[in-house]
Write a protein that binds this ligand. Structure first.
Ligand code: NAD
Length: 541
């Protein structure tokens, strides 16, 4: 049927549940946590709607209890990547021929499942597999996933409604075709919602997708795959390929019908993939679309006029929630000299008291970092700082039971040192104390210290300070916050993405992002074509 113009209801953001003791959601979640712990799940690849058991089993380890295997997954390799490309291309014609509102309906149904009957399951999987506290798992895997699906459906309608002007006797129409070929979605471990959006956004727009999740988020990402199936996504539209990114990417990037990369992860991996695409340019039927959101070095800048109480809370939440494993995390802090001592002493005392432990103990604020590799990498960075850095809190790690690193607060004497400029991706906040006699220089320092430009926050009461900072830091972040923490962007309200080494800034969840997965075709129709070819200017004098 193509005889209606549908307008999806304006979405509202999914409201986070509280999980207070005694609440029904708490009871449902606790039951589900028990089920996950008891079930030792075995997860296959999913290719063309079929489970593929490759036999290359990899354990799914609980980060806060490293001795506990939650289950295992079957790793895909080059052969499965090839089969998945064939399955995706086989599904393509039918999927892209479905009216867009049918595609929207699949993801709107998925939103209801994830925020309704499957909520406890996906929150439990995110808590245990990715080591998130309940609050962090809820805002990610229930709320943000549902938001991406609902806002995505609405944004698709908005994108399609963008049509060119007409003229008398002329009709101009744009159709937003899916890309020719297939899209490759590669997702990071740290947000279940990113796995959801990276694969779903191109699929919404009628593309077929190979989805390679991070090896440390397979548990929750598999729940998403099951939700897609339950919501009616046809087989082969999204193919699930956990496994080595390098091996799978080699097959994907070598295929002439590789049409786009939707990536979120580290800058180094993204650059490697981009180079691989560059080398393959002559092979491809079209120029592949490349969308990537990568690393960050979120800053918090305190003006002398800042409300320090508000700043303290924002810094604690921005730097240490989810163990600092957010691209948007507060990672460097600039404090004016006059208030530094008292403010940092108070902050350090609070940081030292933050409760850390297993995420199944709901009283904890921090859990463990994701795996041994991350633990070693973060600890190596902390050790590198130790000789010159002044540690006000933390600085130690213990991986005997789980991969725990203390929330760390350190003061750097050198404003451009590695701890102030490089991404650490752990619970580490580096501080530089600046001279408030020259705020312009301090803001220049913020702008030029790090190669990243993802998030930043400015705290000030004086309106002139806010205005000066917004101007000075215009290119320093894709998402700037005033008197708020630099984390926690909400779909539809703070479209997210950064520039410079932080990514292509295509703002997840927006019509702009969706349009990267479409190739516009403009049809001009003339209802009254001219019947003479001479121009008036050609007449005789
Ligand atoms: P990562 O780069 O290690 O992995 C991301 C994905 O790439 C995973 O699926 C991984 O398996 C795959 N991969 C790894 N090596 C590969 C290779 N050689 N070829 C192809 N694929 C490969 O990142 P991560 O540790 O999962 O996530 C943390 C990083 O992601 C941080 O740098 C963080 O800042 C960034 N991140 C950015 C955003 C954003 O919106 N800007 C959001 C979340 C995370």
């Amino acid at each position: 049927m193509n005889d209606s113009i549908y307008r999806p209801a304006l979405p509202r953001n999914e409201v986070a549940l509280g999980y207070a003791p005694g609440s029904p959601e708490r009871a449902a979640l606790e039951a589900e946590l028990g089920t996950v712990l008891a079930s030792r799940i075995e997860i296959p690849c999913l290719i063309g709607g079929r489970s593929v058991w490759t036999g290359r089993k990899r354990p799914i380890i609980r980060p806060d209890e490293r001795g506990t295997e939650l289950g295992s997954y079957h790793a895909a390799g080059p052969a499965e990547a090839k089969t998945a490309i064939e399955a995706a291309l086989a599904a393509k014609q039918e999927w892209e021929a479905l009216p867009w509102e049918e595609r929207a309906a699949v993801f709107r149904r998925a939103a209801e499942l994830v925020s309704g009957s499957r909520r406890a399951r996906i929150v439990a999987a995110t808590m245990l597999g990715q080591c998130k506290t309940v609050g962090q798992a809820e805002i990610d895997s229930a709320c943000e996933v549902a938001d991406f699906f609902r806002f995505g459906a609405a944004a698709m309608a908005e994108a399609y409604a963008d049509q060119p002007a007409d003229a008398p006797a002329e009709w101009n129409r744009t159709s937003y075709r899916p890309l020719e070929g297939f899209v490759y979605a590669v997702s990071p471990f740290n947000f279940t919602a990113l796995g959801a959006n990276l694969a779903a956004a191109p699929a919404l727009m009628g593309n077929v997708v190979l989805w390679k999740p991070a090896s440390t988020s397979v548990l929750s990402n598999w729940v998403l795959m099951q939700i897609y199936e339950e919501a009616g996504l046809p087989p082969g539209v999204i193919n699930f390929l956990p496994g080595s990114g390098k091996e799978i990417s080699e097959v994907v990037l070598a295929h002439p019908l590789f049409a786009g990369l939707h990536f979120t992860g580290s800058t180094a991996v993204f650059r490697g993939l981009w180079k691989g695409i560059g080398e393959g340019l002559e092979r491809y039927r079209s120029y592949p679309r490349i969308v990537g959101e990568t690393g960050g070095k979120g800053f918090v800048f305190l003006h002398p006029s800042a409300d320090l109480e508000a700043a303290r809370v924002a810094i604690i939440r921005g730097a240490y929630e989810y163990q600092g494993q957010k691209c948007s995390a507060a990672s460097r802090l600039y404090v004016p000299k006059s208030t530094a001592r008292a403010f940092l002493d108070g902050l350090a005392e609070e940081v030292r008291a933050l409760p850390m432990g297993k995420v199944t103990d709901f009283r904890n604020f921090l859990g463990a970092v994701i795996d041994e590799t991350a633990f070693e990498a973060i600890m190596a960075r902390i050790e590198a700082v130790r000789p010159g850095g002044r540690f006000l809190a933390g600085g130690r790690g213990d991986s005997s039971e789980g991969f725990f690193i203390e929330p760390t607060l350190l003061v750097c004497a050198e404003p451009r040192c590695a701890a102030m400029s490089e991404e650490i991706f752990g619970p580490v906040l580096s501080v530089y104390i600046y001279d408030e006699g020259d705020i312009a220089s301090a803001l220049r320092l913020v702008d030029t210290t790090s190669p990243y430009a993802l998030t930043g926050a400015v705290f000030a009461r004086d309106r002139r300070d806010i205005a000066t900072s917004l101007l000075a830091l215009r290119h320093s972040a894709g998402n700037l916050y005033v008197n708020d923490k630099p984390t926690g962007a909400v779909v539809g309200r703070q479209p997210f993405g950064g520039m410079r080494a932080s990514g292509t800034n295509d703002k997840a969840g927006t019509a702009g992002n969706l349009l990267r997965w479409a190739s516009a075709c403009v049809v001009k129709e003339n209802f009254d074509p001219p019947l003479a070819w001479r121009h008036p200017s050609m007449g005789e004098d």
